[in-house]
Design a protein around this ligand. Structure first.
Ligand SMILES: NC(=O)C1=CN([C@@H]2O[C@H](COP(=O)(O)OP(=O)(O)OC[C@H]3O[C@@H](n4cnc5c(N)ncnc54)[C@H](O)[C@@H]3O)[C@@H](O)[C@H]2O)C=CC1
Ligand SMILES: O=C(O)[C@@H]1CCC=N1
Length: 276
């Protein structure tokens, strides 16, 4: 029985845990969580998912085989320093921290470690994460089989070079937020055009699901699919003209580039913080 310890019990940890528990790949009793100070949140997750929680590091790490680093990058230096004596060569570290390099984690822990850097997204909660993984040379094939199994139960998994993870973060790590932003705009407009909120929500969700499935199943490019919705002189054309006048496509491109740049900055800031 594998024991997994989560350092950090926020949105991302919860999304992963709910997926792992739902898929029963690890007995929920073998999933341990801790956070900075919010005991109520730990209790709530304990009730909801059947996991265990503690603030005692001895208890958290006893027989732990996998440790997830799931705190914000700004809290990682302190958190890793606190647990470094428990991080042995037999433990596999899985970090979901945006931007933070594998070798930064090892430097903070002051030792070589088997580290998997993962960039999932919160759709893990419904088994639809798009996760990219990068590893260091100490990660064994056996480790990799287990890690792949964990992330495959919460969605799609792909392996990339570590250098590509900033781009993955900007594209699919943050990606759900871009779609929610669009959904927010669609909901706001619905009220102005005279649709009730509940009716609009159903239509919006189905439209997003349908478009995602078309992108997934059809051999056609997104641009072609868009053309097929757009009749000359019709409603879509009129609407898209407005998007073009605001350069919305360029705004999305800049948004993804900026999120990618921020991932790089977080990594650099983390490196700088360590040298102090
Ligand atoms: N939220 C998302 O969509 C995604 C987040 N990530 C990454 O996941 C990590 C966590 O993000 P969220 O879950 O959104 O943050 P969050 O703010 O929801 O949760 C952070 C957790 O870390 C805990 N924490 C802080 N300092 C700690 C310490 N010293 N010891 C133990 N626990 C500590 C907090 O108490 C909290 O439970 C970040 O590094 C982020 O880059 C990665 C992919 C997607
Ligand atoms: O916003 C963030 O920094 C994290 C990383 C990817 C999604 N959320």
């Amino acid at each position: 029985m594998k024991k997994i310890a989560f350092i950090g019990a926020g949105s991302m940890a919860e999304a992963l845990i709910s997926g792992i528990v739902e898929n029963k790949i690890i007995d929920s009793k073998n999933i341990w969580i801790t956070n900075k100070a919010d005991q109520e949140k730990l209790m709530e997750m304990q009730r909801r998912y059947g996991v265990q929680s503690t603030y005692q590091l001895d208890e958290l790490f006893q027989n732990a085989e996998i440790v997830f680093l799931a705190m914000k990058p700004k809290d990682a230096a302190e958190a890793i320093s606190r647990i470094k004596n428990y991080l042995t060569k037999d433990i596999l570290v899985i970090s979901v921290l945006a931007g933070v390099a594998i070798n930064s984690i090892e430097k903070l822990a002051e030792k070589s470690l088997a580290v998997v850097r993962a960039m999932p997204n919160t759709s893990a909660a419904v088994g639809k994460s798009a996760t990219a993984l990068a590893i260091n040379e100490r990660v064994s094939n056996e480790h990799m089989k287990l890690v792949t199994k964990i992330f495959e139960t919460v969605g799609l998994t792909t392996i990339v070079q570590e250098v590509q993870l900033d781009a993955v973060t900007g594209l699919s790590g943050s990606g759900p937020a871009y779609i929610y932003y669009l959904a927010e705009a669609m909901e706001k407009s619905a009220m102005d055009i005279g649709l009730e909120k509940e009716v609009a929500k159903e239509l919006i969700v189905q439209t997003l699901l349908g478009a995602a499935e078309m992108l997934s199943k059809s051999a056609k490019e997104p641009q072609q699919l868009r053309k097929e919705v757009t009749s000359p002189g019709g409603t879509t054309e009129a609407g898209i003209k407005i998007l073009e006048s605001y350069s919305v496509q360029n705004a999305f491109i800049d948004c993804i580039k900026e999120a990618t740049a921020q991932s790089k900055r977080l990594g650099k800031a983390f490196g700088a913080e360590m040298k102090v």
